[in-house]
Ligand binder design. Structure first.
Ligand SMILES: Cc1cc2nc3c(=O)[nH]c(=O)nc-3n(C[C@H](O)[C@H](O)[C@H](O)COP(=O)(O)O)c2cc1C
Ligand code: SF4
Length: 436
């Protein structure tokens, strides 16, 4: 793939350092900003992004243009927040983008701020991302010095600045309204909606929260147009996909080449695992795959031809999520893997609503019983019941339903493995993952 076809990562320096301002400018950086300030109206930017069908890369796939157009323009000044919390287990794409090309995020934010006529911007960064913080601070400083950020940007009369906020570190801080509470110095629990943050968010101001990767796409769409962006994606043979752009995918687990790569949106799962991931490590077979991080459902090996776009995995109980694929192998106990996942979700529940606060630890406890002593059919029934009790609509935010996605699909896909635990009166896998 050429650099043109890898717009988000094609400019990364080969030595792993961050692209500095001069390098970014040489590679065409800040041209989109010059273009909008040179005479593109905020509405023209929103129209282009809407036509490009840029869907949010933070997990839910909400169309960016539709979110931006819903911001009331006659209230208080608008705030723009880049969501760089990225605590979903398996996800690391935003860190890659911020460390490799921090000016791309900055330009994406300033162009988006122009479209929204926002005055204030924040990057809400995961606590552990120390290196990303250093590189972003340096880039923010460089951008201010060059007049791309701050008062009267490029003498256009438009002013916008960005503050870097390092999170105190909880998974729930990634949920957009909990993030806003955290920024205000309050306990990070999701807010009641309505009002949505786009109407009343940070300090009561209309607030747009977008994922880092979403924002990084914006300068490219503005510079090259919606049609170019739509043509980047992949669909059924010879056709482009319906969701525009590329995706920064990740692949982890027992594959030969775990890591990240940028490829067309809509790439078949098989290509992610076999071509980019290099296939399974010898001696291991693929059992299942979570296509988009820990909170997405399992797909079995029969689903390897599913295109990784926003809609296709949903037909099989999974989601594109963050597009960071977790590969599960046949020598690791799937019940133990589920226990590990549900323990994480139970620990990260913010505790505000009862089904999630009480239900997730109970799910983890039942899985522990099955893993340690096999359990019986009543345990499977309780787990099954919880996938409904904690499902969409029964809790205050998407944390608990997200935790139920791997459980719901795992109960079907790993049925035989649950039965083996019962017959074996505990885990039939030894410590090193070999079958006994
Ligand atoms: C528990 C939880 C954690 C989340 N974590 C993140 C995150 O780390 N980064 C992110 O961009 N979105 C995260 N989201 C989704 C955000 O609420 C929001 O939808 C997203 O930031 C919007 O940006 P986008 O439309 O550009 O994807 C999370 C949602 C939930 C429920
Ligand atoms: S679902 Fe869980 S994380 Fe979300 S508000 Fe309720 S208790 Fe908090």
């Amino acid at each position: 793939m050429s650099n043109q076809e890898r717009p988000l990562t094609g400019r990364f320096p080969a030595d792993g350092s961050a692209l500095d301002r001069a390098g970014y400018e040489r590679a065409g950086g800040y041209q989109a900003l010059r273009k909008v300030l040179g005479g593109l109206s905020p509405m023209a930017v929103i129209d282009e992004v809407t036509r490009a069908n840029l869907r949010g890369r933070g997990g839910a796939g909400f169309p960016a243009g539709a979110k931006w157009i819903s911001v009331p323009r006659d209230l208080k000044p608008c705030v723009l927040i880049a969501n760089a919390d990225e605590m979903e287990p398996g996800a690391f794409k935003d860190r890659v983008l911020m460390e490799g090309d921090p000016h791309q995020l900055i330009e994406g934010m300033v162009v988006t701020a122009w479209a929204l006529q926002a005055r204030h911007g924040y990057i809400f960064l995961r606590a552990e991302y120390m290196e990303a913080a250093r590189r972003l601070e340096r880039a923010l400083h460089e951008a201010r010095a060059a007049g791309y950020l701050g008062d009267d940007i490029l003498r256009s009369g438009f002013s916008f600045d960005i503050r870097l906020h390092q999170s105190a570190g909880r998974y729930i801080c990634g949920e957009s309204s909990a993030l806003i509470n955290a920024l205000e110095g309050k306990r990070a629990i999701p807010r009641a909606k309505p009002p949505r943050p786009t109407t009343s968010g940070l300090w009561g101001c209309p607030t747009v929260v977008n994922n880092v990767e979403t924002l990084c796409n914006v300068p490219h769409i503005v510079a090259r147009g919606a049609r170019w962006f739509l043509d980047l994606s992949e669909g059924p043979v010879g056709k482009r996909g319906k969701d525009g752009g590329t995706k920064v995918y990740g692949v982890s687990g027992r594959v030969r080449r775990p890591g990240w790569f940028e490829a067309p949106m809509g790439l078949p799962l098989r290509q992610v695992v076999q071509e980019w991931g290099g296939g399974m490590v010898p001696g291991f077979r693929l059992r299942a795959v979570q296509p988009g991080g820990a909170s997405t459902g399992f797909l079995g090996s029969e689903h390897l031809d599913v295109p990784l776009d926003f809609d296709s995995p949903q037909k099989f109980g999974a989601r594109l999520g963050t597009g960071t694929v977790i590969v599960h192998d046949d020598r690791t106990c799937p019940v133990g893997a589920l226990l590990n996942l549900e323990r994480f979700f139970a620990r990260e529940s913010c505790g505000w609503c009862t089904p999630c606060r009480e239900g997730l630890p109970w799910v983890a406890e039942i899985l522990k019983t099955i893993e340690e002593s096999g359990g019986d059919s009543s345990h499977l029934e309780i787990l099954e019941e919880h996938t409904h009790l904690l499902g969409p609509g029964n809790t205050f935010c998407a944390h608990a339903p997200g935790a139920m996605e791997p459980l719901q699909t795992g109960l079907v896909l790993f049925r035989e493995e649950f039965e083996r635990h019962r017959r074996h009166r505990g885990c039939p896998y030894s410590e090193n993952g070999e079958r006994i």
